[in-house]
Design a protein around this ligand. Structure first.
Ligand SMILES: [Zn+2]
Length: 417
């Protein structure tokens, strides 16, 4: 795996390509970018066939050990790894510890174990059990075991320090097993940087993790709802200055478009792609503007049209400190709202997805109020397309010096552009 950066802007935002990824080295991933979010290898609501109708799919698929841990014996018996088990082809498999769309309870990590929650309840993992599990999963990338129980704002400094110490100790244990294992030959390990909201601990965690032979870094404990964006930006900047330039940085638990932009500017390369799923689950469609095309007048017109149609239904910008990640944001429209029952426009004018090309808002409204399963399918297609195109716009904005314009578009400011 090699990270080729074509631009680094003021020591922060990075534009580039991760080349030669996966065990065969035949895949690449543009950064900034996001991973493909799945539940046990499946994008929620979509079959593999339907998924393939979405353009520009990420080349890296994320699965979480919380989904997989209770199936270890079956995977051991199957022997060929999770990709073959779940019918995944032509993708790079990344295995993370927790599901970014759900919040794990705190108070369960110990010096020797972390806990994940599957459908049957809590499963406790030691480093050796964690590594045994990964040998059966056979991913291309995985995150090291980590104590990420410091995301709550009232976490004490002592507890944060302990989480950094533990996470480094887990990493050393994982590395020891990793380096001796033939099963994990060619697999990339991402070290996890912790440190809560304490700057010195963030710096220490980043510095120490960077000394180890890891392929990249997961920045943990900064998910939406844990810190506000100003502090998150400061903490990320303090970490990225300690990290080597040639290794990717993956931020966990952040998916809102405004937060993504701020984190990209602080030096984050990769995000988990769970946000479109959360939007779909609340019956909403992403409709924010990310147009940075050379004709600003045209983009403003489109935005005005969108504001007019979504109108009062758009809620104020979500509170960054909000604990509830399921709350609707200003980047989406609530299609369950009665105002859409006779709205015959496509979800987003000009969107090329299957849903927008074939259906109108009124039909989606009907599917949602009658609880038809097709609602989730169509919304997921649209939301994933919109989100992937947004990341395309982020890369274009970095390549053409239009980040300020993109931020104005995403934040919904139409004046002074
Ligand atoms: Zn669409």
């Amino acid at each position: 795996m090699k990270l080729e950066l074509s631009r680094v802007i003021q020591g922060g935002a990075r534009l580039g390509v991760l080349q030669g990824i996966g065990r065969t080295g035949q895949h690449s991933l543009k950064v900034p970018g996001c991973l493909l979010y799945t539940h046990f290898g499946t994008v929620p609501h979509l079959t593999q066939d339907t998924l393939q109708t979405v353009n520009n799919l990420p080349s890296v698929t994320q699965v979480t050990l919380s989904n997989i841990a209770e199936h270890q014996e079956v995977l051991e018996e199957f022997k060929e790894g999770f990709k073959a088990f779940a019918g995944l082809h032509n993708t790079v498999l990344y295995c993370s510890l927790h599901d970014p769309a759900t919040r794990s309870p705190t108070g369960y990590a110990t010096n020797k174990t972390v806990s994940v929650w599957g459908s049957g309840g809590r499963i406790e993992l030691t480093a050796s059990k964690f590594m045994a599990l990964l040998k059966t999963v056979k991913p291309d990338w995985y995150q090291s075991m980590a104590d990420g129980e410091t995301w709550q704002t009232n976490t004490s400094r002592k507890r944060i320090r302990k989480s950094v110490d533990r996470t480094l100790a887990y990493l050393d244990e994982c590395l020891l097993v990793h380096q001796k294992s033939q099963d994990l030959d060619g697999v990339e390990l991402f070290g996890v940087v912790e440190g809560g909201d304490v700057m010195e601990e963030r710096v220490r965690s980043a510095r120490e993790t960077a000394k180890r032979p890891v392929a990249g870094f997961c920045l943990d404990g900064l998910q939406t709802g844990s810190v506000d964006q100003a502090l998150r930006t400061q903490l990320i900047t303090s970490m990225t200055t300690e990290l080597p330039e040639d290794k990717p940085r993956l931020l966990q638990g952040v998916g809102r478009p405004d937060e993504v932009l701020a984190c990209v500017e602080a030096g984050v390369d990769l995000f988990e792609g769970f946000f479109p799923f959360q939007v779909t689950e609340r019956g909403c469609a992403l409709c924010f503007n990310y147009d940075v095309s050379p004709d600003p007048e045209c983009a403003v017109l489109e935005l005005n049209e969108e504001k007019h149609s979504a109108g009062d239904n758009m809620q104020p910008k979500g509170d960054l400190n909000c604990e509830d990640q399921t709350q609707m944001t200003s980047f989406e429209m609530n299609l369950k709202d009665k105002r859409y029952q006779d709205d015959f426009k496509s979800l987003v004018e000009g969107c090329g997805c299957y849903c927008c090309k074939n259906h109108q808002r009124a039909y989606l409204h009907h599917l949602l109020v009658t609880n038809e399963l097709l609602a989730g399918v169509l919304l997921m297609i649209h939301n994933m397309t919109h989100y992937q195109n947004f990341f395309g716009a982020v890369r274009e904005a970095l390549a053409t010096d239009k980040m300020d314009l993109l931020k104005k578009r995403v934040h919904g400011e139409t004046r002074n552009t």
